[in-house]
Design a protein around this ligand. Structure first.
Ligand SMILES: [Zn+2]
Ligand SMILES: [Zn+2]
Length: 166
């Protein structure tokens, strides 16, 4: 998804509005076990501020993933705002965080996917108090109490203390 900024590069203070649906490449999210079944929305403006193009946008979307604890399929959301400035590639004065424009175009896809990665939730849980699955028998502990539970409840500190005094 490339935004053509030829027009606004010509005039100071000129603004370009955009409102785009961006389909993300799900191969990128394989490791995160995340899938964007629907495109994300990117809405914003690019303004020519003294030859520097300042882009501001809001991105939002939802994805399908699995609960980190019980592996149930759940939907997660990502939403963030992003700001990025761009200068012409011939331009000498490149601000610290500015990027160079290639062919008078802004790569909206690139900016969006970077932002999505940076703003993914660190945890994906079906509910805050999800009990997860038993690592021994695989039972979903939200639905049932498995038989291994009793063994897991022994107190390791007590065992250590017992060792000290015998
Ligand atoms: Zn869960
Ligand atoms: Zn179990």
């Amino acid at each position: 998804m490339l935004l053509d900024v030829t027009q606004i590069l010509r005039n100071q203070d000129e603004v370009l509005n955009f409102d785009e649906k961006i389909s993300l490449d799900n191969k990128e999210f394989k490791q995160e076990r995340i899938e964007f079944k629907e495109p994300v929305y990117a809405k914003g403006t690019v303004k020519n501020v003294g030859g520097v193009l300042v882009l501001e946008m809001e991105v939002s979307g939802s994805f399908t993933t699995v609960c980190d604890r019980c592996l149930k399929e759940i939907t997660g959301n990502v939403s963030f705002s992003e700001e990025q400035s761009y200068v012409k590639s011939e331009s000498e004065e490149k601000g610290e965080d500015a990027l160079y424009l290639t062919d008078k175009k802004i790569d909206l896809y690139d900016l969006t996917i970077k932002g999505v990665f940076a703003n993914l939730p660190s945890k994906n849980l079906c509910s805050e108090d999800c009990k997860g699955i038993c690592h021994k028998c695989g039972a979903d502990l939200n639905l049932e109490k498995c038989k291994c539970k009793a063994e897991d409840d022994w107190n390791p500190q007590f065992e250590i203390l017992k060792g000290l005094f015998t």
